[in-house]
Structure formats: structure tokens, C-alpha cells
Design a protein around this ligand. Structure first.
Ligand SMILES: Nc1ncnc2c1ncn2[C@@H]1O[C@H](COP(=O)(O)OP(=O)(O)O)[C@@H](O)[C@H]1O
Ligand SMILES: [Mg+2]
Length: 214
């Protein structure tokens, strides 16, 4: 009998380990003969590719884009991603694991200091931009302290402005810890991501078990 598709979103601050854990959980499910589709946002489609060009400084827009413009691009990428890639995989009965979704837009924009609007208005605006984006069946938030995440990012080796980035990541960690406030109609489960990779992987297996038919 074919299985029902399940849309799982994994979220956390940079260095929380979401990419590592999505791969681990996909392998765990495949060993149990579940079809899995791993994906991420920004997507691998043309809008997502363009967003990564902007984030990497390789595409330059005349306005040097602020958060509001980026939120519009992310929302456009999301609709294309969810309709063109996520929904077909769900229809085949796959478990879709998305490394980030609209909770990322809500969390990042709600802590940005450069915003033109107060935080609650920004959240309402981003929700309305994403109102046609299918809701996940479950959102898994990997909570880590900003210090642990900073150590892991440093090991990963990418250059960053530590002070700015550190302050932003600390505010983001708080926003993720209270993710329910940002997506009050969604099912959100939290796991502690500070432990080693194996420990976090088994916390995730237990946390998601109620949603996944094996
Ligand atoms: N639980 C963990 N313990 C120690 N190191 C980890 C753990 N999870 C991930 N890492 C390492 O930390 C770095 C960031 O992990 P990554 O999965 O890319 O994080 P994210 O996608 O959340 O930014 C990688 O080098 C990864 O190997
Ligand atoms: Mg990642």
C-alpha cells in the first residue's frame, strides 16, 4: 500500500545543524524503505539561484536590497518551490524534508534591525505574502545556543563579521525558541541541538515518529 506524503520543515539558526540532520534523517527513513525528497530554501530553482547570487554578492541590484525586497523574492521562490517540487513529491507519497521554509522569513525579518516596520507588522506582512504557501505537516525547530552555533560555523570555515553576525544570531535563537508565536496555526516541535550529531539525530527520530508512517 502506498504511503501518505508528509511535509516536514526543519529550521534553526545558522550552525544549528539543520543541513546535517536533514541528511541523517533522510538516510534513516531510506533504510526503512520510505521514499524521501530532500530540499531546501532558497530552492534550487531559478528564483532560488538568483537569491543565492544576491546573498553571495554576485548579483547586484540597483537598490542594494533591504529585508523587504528579499522577503518578496523568498516568497516568490517559496510558491514556485512548493508547487513545482514539494507538492509533486508529496503526491508520490514521499516524506519531503525541507531545510528551511517560511518560518525562516518570519524569524529573520522579525529580528532584523533595519526593518521599516515594527516587528509585529513585519510578521503580519510576511504571513500575508506567504498565505498561499501550503502549510507543513510539522515544523521541527533545532534549538542551539548562539555560542555553540558560532563555534560550529567557525569550524565550517566561512568568513563572517563575528560581532554583527553574533548579535543577530542571538536574537534569532530567541525567535526560534518561541517559533509558535510566529506560526501559531502550525504544529511545531522542538529538539535540543547542542548535543553531538548522534544524540541530536536520535532526538529528531523520536520527535518526528508520530508524523511518519514507516
Ligand atoms: N551536533 C553537532 N555537533 C557538532 N558539530 C556539528 C553538529 N551538527 C552539525 N555540526 C557541524 O557544524 C557545522 C554546521 O552544520 P550545518 O548542518 O551545516 O548547520 P546549518 O545547516 O544549521 O547551518 C558543520 O561543519 C557540521 O558538520
Ligand atoms: Mg544549512
Amino acid at each position: 500500500m502506498s504511503k501518505r506524503g508528509v511535509f516536514v520543515v526543519v529550521e534553526g539558526i545558522d550552525g544549528a545543524g539543520t543541513t546535517t540532520q536533514v541528511e541523517r534523517y533522510a538516510a534513516y527513513l531510506r533504510e526503512r524503505a520510505r521514499e524521501v525528497h530532500v530540499t531546501r530554501e532558497p530552492s534550487t530553482g531559478p528564483i532560488g539561484a538568483f537569491i543565492r547570487e544576491i546573498l553571495g554578492g554576485r548579483a547586484v541590484l540597483p537598490s542594494s536590497p533591504e529585508g523587504d525586497l528579499m522577503a518578496l523574492l523568498f516568497a516568490a521562490d517559496r510558491l514556485d518551490h512548493v508547487r513545482g517540487e514539494v507538492e509533486p513529491a508529496l503526491a508520490r507519497g514521499a516524506v519531503v524534508l525541507s531545510d528551511r521554509y517560511d518560518l525562516s522569513s518570519l524569524a529573520y525579518q522579525s529580528v532584523a534591525t533595519t526593518s521599516r516596520l515594527p516587528a509585529h507588522e513585519i510578521v503580519a506582512w510576511i504571513r500575508s505574502l506567504n498565505r498561499f504557501a501550503r502549510r507543513p505537516d510539522v515544523t521541527l525547530v533545532v534549538d542551539v545556543s548562539p555560542e555553540v552555533a558560532a563555534t560550529r560555523r567557525a569550524q565550517r570555515g566561512a568568513a563572517e563579521d563575528l560581532y554583527e553576525k553574533g548579535a543577530l544570531q542571538a536574537r534569532l535563537a530567541k525567535a526560534y525558541a518561541h517559533a509558535e508565536v510566529l506560526v501559531p496555526d502550525d504544529r511545531v516541535v522542538h529538539v535540543r541541538g547542542d548535543g553531538d550529531i548522534e544524540t541530536v539525530a536520535s532526538l529528531i527520530q523520536s520527535a518526528l515518529a508520530p508524523w511518519i508512517e514507516e
